[in-house]
Design a protein around this ligand. Structure first.
Ligand SMILES: Cc1cc2nc3c(=O)[nH]c(=O)nc-3n(C[C@H](O)[C@H](O)[C@H](O)COP(=O)(O)OP(=O)(O)OC[C@H]3O[C@@H](n4cnc5c(N)ncnc54)[C@H](O)[C@@H]3O)c2cc1C
Length: 432
């Protein structure tokens, strides 16, 4: 039996991993991976394109603990990803019950991980006192998992795609402007995509791995067909990040420093964090404010959150309020020691977020031939080595019921007010 042909739109972690898993399973299949950016481009709009990302299995939700452990094994051992993984450890400063829940999950799974909860006094002394002056307001325990770490993100992503292309995946650099449909009896079928230069590319199956652009692409494709649109399932949201170069006297902290994540202060939004970046002797920070960009859709005239319309999502045009947001990081992590004084290379990183923070890995329920595999919800990168396996299982109808329900296109949506990552502010208001 011949394998169906595939178009994967979007070469972030979901698309890249899917292309590799598909070509490994079906070596002679026609698999086209399309992205607006070349995979070796120095800068990309993908959330997956980044200097580094935290790789951990420390989750409140045991489903992602298991998935994180599975991915970490490949980060440590598989030649596609191992060169880019650094097991520095991850330190969590949290005033919530996060520590207890994470320890409970590992105990329940019976896995051996080098993880420990420290009192605040003990934590102040760790890593040569590096975090002595961090903001520990309301914190009872600090969690350190020495079996977690971080990955060189853009390099790992690029190597995944390079490996897939080496095995036969065709990479096309093009902007997809719409999906194309045909009427099959009683139901529409997606049979390909149209690109910005007017070219139609066809396949039996189209998989959307389009991240923050997904809501807009579906409306653009069929403005009147509301069942195709994301509705309340997905919102395009963003966080700002920046690089902080270290002085030569500070380089030594990179030798032992873990990824550090701090929930304090909480009044501005989500957690702050920083990761070591030894390649350029710097740290990377992210901010607390998660925001949307609500624009009127040019055809439906209805409001829709989407990345800014410039081809690079205007990701380097960062308003002062968002720069200041990231600047809170050094103070929260290092207090008055201020390991980093100056931040540079501010970047807005756009992501697809769901109300439950679960991914979507599912057939689209409104039309045949169309599948959705995206919505990292600000935590998807670390699963790069295993995402494709699950997307292929979904395509084959073999996804285990628990995952199928969690990642379904149609599922019960929790109220967004219980989602700490749900954007409360708009880019336009933050730009004033
Ligand atoms: C600031 C920040 C920090 C994060 N840190 C971490 C972390 O430390 N650890 C972690 O595990 N996760 C982290 N995440 C989450 C993680 O980055 C995302 O969940 C993940 O990268 C999403 O992958 P994706 O493939 O769904 O989307 P993306 O990586 O955004 O990829 C989508 C791709 O689709 C392409 N595309 C979209 N529309 C079109 C079109 N019409 N035509 C052609 N191409 C198109 C885009 O160009 C893009 O390349 C972070 C996210 C952000 C924003």
């Amino acid at each position: 039996m011949t394998s169906p042909s595939y178009i994967i739109v979007g070469s972030g972690v979901f698309g890249a991993s899917t292309s590799l898993s598909l070509i490994r399973k079906y070596p002679s299949a026609s698999i086209i991976l399309i992205d607006r950016d070349a995979f070796y481009a120095p800068f990309r709009v993908a959330a997956s394109w980044d200097w580094n990302k935290a790789v951990r299995a420390d989750y409140r939700d045991i489903l992602y603990t298991k998935l994180g452990l599975e991915a970490q094994l490949l980060w440590r051992t598989d030649p596609v990803w191992q060169p880019f993984y650094h097991q520095s450890g991850v330190m969590w400063i949290s005033s919530t019950a996060f520590t207890e829940q994470v320890l409970k999950n590992f105990a329940e799974l019976g896995v051996e991980v080098d993880i420990r909860a420290y009192s605040v006094e003990e934590a102040r002394a760790l890593y040569g006192g590096l975090f002595e002056d961090a903001d520990y307001t309301g914190v009872k325990q600090v969690l350190v998992n020495r079996t977690s770490g971080w990955a060189e993100a853009k390099e790992a992503l690029q190597n995944t795609i390079k490996t897939a292309v080496g095995l036969g995946v065709k990479y096309v650099t093009a902007e997809v402007t719409a999906l194309e449909f045909e009427d099959s009896p009683g139901r529409k079928r997606c049979h390909g995509v149209k690109t910005a230069i007017g070219e139609s590319i066809g396949a039996d199956r189209v998989i959307l791995c389009t991240g923050a652009f997904t809501p807009k692409l579906l409306v653009d494709s069929a403005p009147e067909w509301t069942d195709l649109h994301v509705g309340d399932r997905i919102i395009a949201a963003a966080v700002t990040e920046a690089i902080a170069p270290l002085t030569a006297e500070q380089y030594h902290i990179l030798d032992t420093m873990p990824v550090a994540i701090n929930d304090n202060p909480t009044e501005y939004g989500e957690n702050l964090g920083c990761l070591p970046l030894p390649k350029i002797n710097a740290l990377k920070y992210w901010g607390q404010i998660i925001f949307r960009n609500t624009l009127e859709h040019h055809i439906t005239r209805k409001p829709l959150s989407m990345p800014p319309l410039k081809s690079d999502y205007a990701q380097w045009d960062v308003p002062l309020a968002l720069k200041d947001d990231v600047r809170r990081g050094p103070e929260s992590m290092f207090g008055r020691k201020k390991v980093n004084q100056e931040l540079e290379k501010f970047r807005i990183c756009w992501e697809a977020l769901t109300p439950s923070q679960d991914f979507i890995v599912s057939p689209h329920s409104a039309c045949d031939g169309l599948y959705v595999a995206t919505c990292g919800s600000f935590h998807g990168f670390k699963f790069l080595p295993v995402l494709g396996k699950y997307v292929v299982e979904m395509l084959c109808g073999e996804l285990e019921p628990k995952l199928r329900e969690r990642w379904a296109w149609d599922r019960e949506l929790p109220p967004t007010k219980v989602n700490s990552k749900w954007p409360k502010r708009d880019l336009i208001a933050l730009s004033e």
